[in-house]
Structures are given as structure tokens and as C-alpha cells.
Write a protein that binds this ligand. Sequence first.
Ligand SMILES: *[C@@H]1O[C@H](CO)[C@@H](O)[C@H](O)[C@H]1NC(C)=O
Ligand SMILES: *[C@@H]1O[C@H](CO)[C@@H](O)[C@H](O)[C@H]1NC(C)=O
Ligand SMILES: *[C@@H]1O[C@H](CO)[C@@H](O)[C@H](O)[C@H]1NC(C)=O
Ligand SMILES: *[C@@H]1O[C@H](CO)[C@@H](O)[C@H](O)[C@H]1NC(C)=O
Ligand SMILES: *[C@@H]1O[C@H](CO)[C@@H](O)[C@H](O)[C@H]1NC(C)=O
Ligand SMILES: *[C@@H]1O[C@H](CO)[C@@H](O)[C@H](O)[C@H]1NC(C)=O
Ligand SMILES: *[C@@H]1O[C@H](CO)[C@@H](O)[C@H](O)[C@H]1NC(C)=O
Ligand SMILES: *[C@@H]1O[C@H](CO)[C@@H](O)[C@H](O)[C@H]1NC(C)=O
Length: 524
Amino acid sequence: MKTTTIFIFFTFSFLTSIKATNTIFINQTIKDGQTIVSPQQAFELGFFTPSNTSRNRYLAIWYKKQATRTVAWVANRDFPIPNNSGELALDPDGVLVLRDSSTNTIVWSTASPGTAAAGNPVARLSDSGNLIVVDDDDSPENYIWQSFDHPGDTLLPGMKFGRSLHEKGILVTNVTSWKSVDDPSKGTFMVYMDFNGFPQIFIKNGDVIQHRLGIWNGIGYTGMPTLRTNNPIFTYEYVSNETSTYSVFNLINTSVLTRTTISPSGDLGWFNWIDRTHGWFLYLTPAGDNCARYALCGVYGSCDIQQSQSCACLRGFTPKRVDRWDISDWSDGCRREMPLNCSIGVGFRRYTSMKLPDTQGSWYDTSMGIEQCRVKCRDECNCTAYTQLDIKYGTGCLLWYDELIDMRTFPNTGQDIYIKMAAAELAKDMKVSRKKKQVLVIAIPVTLGLVILLGVCLLIIRKKMKQKLNAQVTEDPIEPKDVINVPLFKLSALLVATDNFSVNNKLGEGGFGPVYKVLFNLEF
Ligand SMILES: *[C@@H]1O[C@H](CO)[C@@H](O)[C@H](O)[C@H]1NC(C)=O
Ligand SMILES: *[C@@H]1O[C@H](CO)[C@@H](O)[C@H](O)[C@H]1NC(C)=O
Ligand SMILES: *[C@@H]1O[C@H](CO)[C@@H](O)[C@H](O)[C@H]1NC(C)=O
Ligand SMILES: *[C@@H]1O[C@H](CO)[C@@H](O)[C@H](O)[C@H]1NC(C)=O
Ligand SMILES: *[C@@H]1O[C@H](CO)[C@@H](O)[C@H](O)[C@H]1NC(C)=O
Ligand SMILES: *[C@@H]1O[C@H](CO)[C@@H](O)[C@H](O)[C@H]1NC(C)=O
Ligand SMILES: *[C@@H]1O[C@H](CO)[C@@H](O)[C@H](O)[C@H]1NC(C)=O
Ligand SMILES: *[C@@H]1O[C@H](CO)[C@@H](O)[C@H](O)[C@H]1NC(C)=O
């Protein structure tokens, strides 16, 4: 009797330990060597050693199906366990605790102020790679804790990146690189959302900004035109209201594996798993070229990757330090050729196909129209530029108040920005357009006169030709020299140039162009 019970108990516990489960119950311990697996076998949670040179153990979540282990999340990234004595347990308050059993010290835990479970909490690993602590019967929305709120170096589909209000307060999420490929402790590179002015995504190395992925413009991030919402693998979303501002990407087909990771050397990439090649394919990366370097061209400078000299001052601006500029030290940037003076008069010049400048000092209004926006910027002397906030719906207003920095050209995907300029500078534009008008005004009478003149000439010439032809018949052949002397040569040129004198037709066709040709030919 007793032995049967023990036998059954043993069989049962043996089965539960080998049967992969995705749940950790109260007082249950996951020891080093044991794992839990998500229901569809997508992710696995357990202990691992990232390096073959150290024996440090980390509690982590990795992709289950792959032979080469790709780690998506590490719990104790800054607190390794030196040997296999790690144990993960869920205590009755719903707090996950990672202990080093040999020293009985707490290495890591999910405890945070105000955490309290009402009923019977469990921890579950989901197929999205999220470790969630919930009250047993609760919906996942009422989770006590989730690993998605605490990303490591990787963003998975469904992770909110930015800032959102929780019951426990404001949660800020950002992504920090590993120190090296075999050391998951926090490295120097961080991807984060900055909430000064209109929110932007930055990548920094220590305290130094490396790249600015920019603002959300309704279609994508201005500094990352290759990442668009209309993409076959994931949808990309930007949510912003009084309480939350974040980005999230969601898979269109959940059987596709995709992740965004920053490498220990600071390279941010979107990767897709390709089954056929058993490898991660770098789908896109924002920091592709030299122009992606933050503020490379200084203030009022713009980077153009297609030029041999990447940096140029915007029209109306000139290098602050020509000596440095010429040896490709562009960081001083540019200054205005005509200084701004609000009391003398200002206006705006449109610059097209731009990556919008840094918005850290900006002001915005998501509902203001572009005309109101222009007026606001015009009336505020310290406003330097304005543009539309959302290019998808054509709404919103974004204003800059400082010197504009970190701009580049994106030939097909860039945006328009209207920069405040001195009236004297804008007068140059006026002169150019007036010159064009003058040409037009003069050219029309000239061409009209010319047509009449040509008509008259043609009549005279035809008459003469007829006379000469008649003469040829009756008189001696004309010397070639004589032929050249008569205006026949010019006529032939004219005939070619005017397509056998269908000048009227040409003018009728809307050509000012063809008329120029005639003028040109007549001069010879
Ligand atoms: C968990 O362990 C604590 C302390 O050992 C005990 O008081 C509690 O009853 C246990 N809870 C369950 C559900 O086993
Ligand atoms: C560690 O592993 C890598 C790749 O698996 C290998 O190239 C390297 O030689 C190993 N180092 C040591 C010290 O075993
Ligand atoms: C594990 O490491 C700890 C701390 O370094 C040490 O005290 C303990 O003896 C080790 N345990 C084993 C089983 O090696
Ligand atoms: C990154 O996230 C941590 C944890 O939420 C937060 O304390 C920190 O302020 C964030 N850093 C930045 C630059 O956003
Ligand atoms: C803000 O957005 C979040 C996430 O979509 C949502 O849960 C929340 O209710 C929104 N708040 C307001 C005030 O609209
Ligand atoms: C999702 O992708 C898998 C594997 O590529 C494919 O078999 C399946 O049909 C796709 N599902 C949808 C809804 O497109
Ligand atoms: C702007 O112009 C006014 C009028 O000419 C002049 O008095 C003022 O000093 C100028 N301000 C600056 C900053 O140049
Ligand atoms: C710009 O000037 C306005 C007054 O015209 C002032 O209220 C505002 O604070 C200034 N903004 C900045 C960023 O200096």
C-alpha cells in the first residue's frame, strides 16, 4: 500500500519534472538545469552561461527552437551566480526570487514597492517571450510583474518602448547593450526615448549621443526612413496620450521570429529568423551610413551621403570656421549669412527632403494646423523653424526655438521644414523669381516680333530664291561662293532650327524653349 503510493508519487513527480511546463507555482523552485517552456515551444526559461571562459550562471529567456542559443532576456545581468547553485522561486506574495542556494543570498528579485498579490499568484512564460506573474484567475492585463516591462538588450514584438503610466507609477523602458558577447552585464550603449520637447529615440554611448532616430511623423521615425509601418512582417505603432508615450511593434504572422537588438558595439538591428539558413537575417539597421552620426555637420549644416564632402551649410548659411570646415571638421556648423532681426522683418524659406532637426528644445501641438503654426512661429521672435507634425494625416505643429542641429537629406523620404530667415535673405529668392519674370516679359514681345520678322524675311527670301532659280535656268550657274554670300545659309540653319518654319506651331505648342533656339541660331 505504502510503496504503491510512494511509487505513484515518484512517477507523478518524475513526469511533471520532465513534462515541459510554462508555469511556476507558489513555493515551487526552478533549479539550475531545470527549465520552463512556453506553450508552443517558442521560448524557454532557465540558467545559462554565455561564455566558455567563465562559469557564471544567468537566469534567462531564450528562443527554444534554435540550436544556437539566442538569449532574449537576462534577469540577473549584473549579478552572475558563480556556480550551479541558482534557484528561482515564486513566493506567496507573487514575488519571483532568484537565490544563490550555496550562500542563501538573494541575487535578484521582482520585488518592487507596493507589490501585493490578492489570491494565488503564478508565473508563466508566454509564447511571446514574456515572463508574467499573475494572480491565477486574472487576465494578463492585471499582471503583477512582467519581464516585458524590463527589457535587456532586446525588444520583442509586443514590448512597449517608451514611457507608460502604471498603477505603481510611471514605467520607463529602454534597451541597454551587453558589455560583450559573453558578458550580459550592462554595456555602454543605450537606446531610449527622450521626452524633452517632442519625444525622440536616441542611441547613446555612455553620455554621448551617437544616433538620433528622431520623432514619429505618423509614418515612421524621421531618422530611420527604412522602417515603415507598411511592412510585411510587423506593424509599427506609436501611442501617445496624457499618460503614455511609447512605440511597439506587433507581428503580422506570429510564426515569424523577429527581434530588435543592440549589439555590444552599439549596432541596432532588426533581425528575422530564417529557418532555411538557420540564422538571423539583419532586416534593417538605422545607423547605416556616415550621415547617421549625430550632429556630424553642426548647427544649420546638412549631411548628404551622396556628396564626397558629406556636410554642406543650408542655403543662406555659411561655415562658422571655414578653415576647419575645409578639412572636414564640420562640428562648428554654420551661421546665417544675413542675421535675423525680428524688428526689421523675417519670413520663412522651405527646405525639402530633410531629416528634421533635433526636437529636444521644441514645442508642439498635435491639432494645430500648418497656417496657425506658421503664424505662431512668425510672431514669436525666438522661434527658428516650424513644420507639420504628422505627415500621414497632415496635422499638428512642431516649432523649434534653438539653433537647428542634426539634419540630413533623405531624397525620397525626407520632410519639408520652414526655417525663419531674415527678410534680406528672402529678398534673394524674390530677385531670382523677378529675374525669371523679366525674361518672360521681354522674351514674349521679342519672339512675337521675331516671328513677324521671320515671316517677312521668309517671303523676301522665297521671292529671291524663286528669282534665282528662274535665273539659274536662264543665266549662268551661280558660283558656290555667291550662294554662300546670299542669306541662304542662315535660312537653312533656320529651317533646321525651326522645323521648316513651323514656328507658329511651335509657339502654339507652348514653347518658349524652341523660340530660344531660334534666337540662338540667328546670332550665328
Ligand atoms: C509556501 O511556503 C510558505 C512558507 O514555507 C508556507 O507558509 C505556505 O503555506 C506555502 N504556500 C503554499 C501554497 O504551498
Ligand atoms: C569559446 O567558444 C568559441 C566559439 O564557440 C571558440 O571560438 C573559442 O575558442 C572558445 N574559447 C575557449 C577558451 O574555449
Ligand atoms: C558556489 O559559489 C559560492 C560562492 O562563490 C561558494 O561559496 C560555494 O561553495 C560554491 N558552491 C559549489 C557547490 O561549488
Ligand atoms: C532607462 O530605464 C531605467 C529603468 O526604467 C530608468 O531608470 C532610466 O531613467 C532610463 N534611462 C533613460 C535614459 O531613459
Ligand atoms: C493612453 O494609452 C494607453 C495605452 O494605449 C491606454 O491604456 C490608456 O487608457 C490611454 N489613456 C488615455 C487617457 O487615453
Ligand atoms: C505564417 O507563416 C507560416 C510559416 O512561414 C506559414 O506557414 C503560415 O501560412 C503563415 N500564416 C499566415 C496567416 O500568413
Ligand atoms: C534690429 O534692428 C533694429 C532697427 O534697425 C535695431 O535697432 C536693433 O539694434 C537690431 N537688433 C539687432 C539684434 O541687431
Ligand atoms: C520664446 O519667447 C516667448 C515669448 O515671445 C517665451 O514665452 C518663450 O518662453 C520663449 N521660448 C524659449 C524656448 O525661449
